[in-house]
Design a protein around this ligand. Structure first.
Ligand SMILES: Cc1cc2nc3c(=O)[nH]c(=O)nc-3n(C[C@H](O)[C@H](O)[C@H](O)COP(=O)(O)OP(=O)(O)OC[C@H]3O[C@@H](n4cnc5c(N)ncnc54)[C@H](O)[C@@H]3O)c2cc1C
Length: 413
């Protein structure tokens, strides 16, 4: 891959910069957030919607989507240039990542033309928010083990069951829902995908309180919720195929949404004194920084490999799993290390009193979730082992067994 911009790419980059200079503020640290002054989820959503509308009004929303659906028909390289440039500014990211990064691409692959025209532009402009109703209390890594039932009744399907860890369900308008429609089939075969109005009668959303005080995700209960058959995506029993489109895009969206903070730890090490000298002079500190720097360079070139594949029209491959597993670990370990360097000050979790604007405390409390969401470290390592290194597959004893005959402790389905 040639790393230099072509004249057309340089022109596009200048256009992006001109827009961002006019509408956003340059970033000072990797954890600086456009939501810093927001008190509630409602405030955050308002800020995010305003920014997304500015993007849409100026032709910068979901730039890799077709223009007909609210995008810009941008090439994969233009998308990369946009990502590189926007990461240097403080923008309210994250609230639309599920709709734009996962549900949108799934609708694009499986919805009717009429549905694409109706839903995609409103996802792109931030007018409607979507959530992903996949994980359940006993089905996360093993997603095909979900139990939420959908039963056909005339032109509708009737849904009963429970989802968990549903990010943003409490402010979402629509949800992408995977259900079990045929428990007599092996677990991957009896699944069907739908989308539904989150205000449908029988949907109950209960926020979960997190260690950092926020409630970003929820339990969602379904009691006799009716979904029209027209809101089915893919054929009955083909839900796993549809889910794979969402999951492949999820790894890419979540992995590329994580910011790498090693440079911030580097700057902190220049300002903190350790044993009467700047921490940056300490051999153990330098050793860690060098290690993270090497990983960061490895990431950079792995990302370029992925971009090269995308620019050739290939699907995002298992390289996205490599990036996600490395950035997740880096974020977690570097925050931990930055708190250690601050000695007793590291345990202060306070916007006013903590060093470095509390950024490492916030990162420390959020980063374990980076290592679980969008596929845990262990699952990503399994994928890398199997699909990149060609090692033997994980043992799956229930693969071809009808779902209702798979023992669950002492209980059958
Ligand atoms: C911040 C956050 C946001 C999320 N948002 C959403 C959302 O919007 N929608 C949604 O549907 N879900 C969401 N999730 C759920 C997420 O997809 C699951 O948490 C994840 O898939 C792991 O599933 P689990 O929590 O059930 O853990 P489990 O699958 O029970 O795993 C428990 C542990 O066992 C390990 N493990 C499991 N199987 C294997 C194996 N075969 N080999 C080796 N180790 C294994 C795991 O790595 C993990 O350490 C979110 C999670 C987080 C943390």
């Amino acid at each position: 891959m040639d790393f230099k911009d072509t004249p057309q790419e340089a022109e596009f980059r200048a256009e992006v910069r001109a827009f961002l200079d006019q509408h956003a503020r340059p970033r000072q640290s990797s954890t600086e957030s456009a939501f810093d002054a927001a008190g509630s989820d409602g405030d955050r959503l308002g800020i995010a919607k305003k920014w997304q509308k500015t993007l849409a009004d100026n032709g910068w929303a979901c730039i890799n989507w077709p223009k007909a659906y609210g995008g810009r028909d941008a090439t994969p390289i233009q998308q990369v240039i946009w990502n590189q440039e926007v990461s240097r500014y403080v923008t309210p990211d994250g609230m639309f990542i599920i709709g734009q990064g996962m549900c949108g691409p799934t609708l694009m692959a499986y919805a009717t033309e009429e549905q694409k025209q109706r839903y995609l532009p409103r996802i792109a402009s931030g007018e409607e928010v979507w959530c992903q109703l996949f994980s359940e209390p006993v089905a996360g890594s093993d997603l095909a083990g979900i139990k939420t039932r959908a039963v056909r009744d005339g032109d509708d399907w009737v849904i009963n069951g429970q989802k968990v860890w549903t990010s943003g369900a409490h402010y979402s308008d629509w949800g992408l829902l995977i259900t079990r429609t045929d428990p007599t089939q092996p677990k991957h075969k009896g699944l069907t995908m739908f989308f539904l109005d989150m205000k449908s009668p029988g949907v109950e959303v209960r926020p979960i309180k997190q260690i950092n005080g926020n409630s970003d995700f929820n339990e969602v209960y379904f009691t006799d919720v009716r979904i029209p058959d027209s809101q089915r995506l893919g054929a009955p029993g083909e839900g796993w195929k549809v889910a794979l489109v969402t999951l492949m895009n999820e790894r890419l969206a979540v992995g590329s949404g994580l910011s790498n903070s090693v440079l911030d730890v580097f700057k902190a090490a220049q300002q903190i004194d350790l044993e009467d000298e700047p921490a940056i002079q300490n051999k153990a500190v330098r050793d860690h920084l060098a290690d993270w720097y090497c990983r960061e360079m490895g990431l950079k070139y792995t990302t370029y490999r992925m971009i090269t594949a995308l620019s050739r029209g290939d699907d995002p491959g298992p390289e996205a799993s490599i990036s996600k597993v490395v950035v997740g670990a880096n974020n977690n370990e570097s925050a931990n290390f930055a708190l250690d360097m601050q000695d007793m000050g590291g345990i202060l979790d306070d916007e006013e009193l903590s060093g470095f604007g509390n950024q490492f405390q916030r990162q420390f409390l959020r980063s374990p979730a980076n290592r679980i969401e969008g596929g845990s470290d262990e699952i990503l390592r399994n994928i890398i082992a199997e699909r990149v290194l060609g090692m033997p597959a994980d043992i799956r004893p229930d693969k071809n067994v009808p779902f209702n005959e798979v023992p669950q402790g002492n209980v059958k389905q």
